[in-house]
Ligand binder design. Structure first.
Ligand code: CA2
Length: 157
């Protein structure tokens, strides 16, 4: 079964425990379970990984770049958290793996928030962007990935 990576960056391990007005009340383990279920329904194994460390996120993108080249992965859903707005290294990692489709995902509508959240280093390297749908955005991103990269998927209407 091909794999989809759901990759979460810094502080997203705190989901559901603080700032519910901004990020909702659902915890990261709950979001990850929902993503795994969505993947299974579409015929994919979803692997979930969260790290507060930029290098660990980069290593995971490299790993999936290799899996994608071997035909073992469909793509990646990435919420890079605050690294979205700071990380040239994550931009370079996505460009560097050359091929792996990465869907950028944000729980909140970053464009309706502080000006420093309006710029993303991920967006120019992303295959698509899902913003402002709450944690439902992760499943929307998974479905978008499958709809665009696996158009004949029998589970899609
Ligand atoms: O809206 C998003 O998904 C963000 O990527 C979340 C980041 C933020 O820096 C981006 O601008 C937008 C922050 C993630 C921190 O998550 C927390 C969750 C609960 C409590 C505290 C932080």
């Amino acid at each position: 079964m091909k794999k989809i990576l759901v990759l979460n960056g810094p502080n997203l391990n705190l989901l559901g425990t603080r700032e519910p007005a901004q990020y909702g009340a659902t915890t990261l383990p709950e979001v990850e379970a929902t993503c795994r279920d969505a993947g299974r329904r579409l015929g994919y194994e979803v692997e979930c990984f969260q790290s507060n460390h930029e290098g660990a996120l980069i290593d995971k993108i490299h790993e999936y770049g290799r899996l994608w080249k071997e035909g073992q992965a469909l793509g990646c859903v990435l919420n890079a958290g605050a690294y979205t707005h700071t990380s040239v290294a994550l931009h370079d990692a996505i460009k560097g793996v050359d091929g792996l489709p990465v869907i950028e995902c944000h729980i909140s509508n970053v464009h309706a928030r502080e000006a420093f959240r309006h710029h993303s280093y991920i967006s120019p390297a992303a295959a698509g962007i899902v913003v402002g749908f709450g944690v439902a955005g992760y499943v929307i991103a998974i479905e978008g990935l499958v709809r665009t990269r696996d158009k004949d998927n029998a589970a899609l209407k």
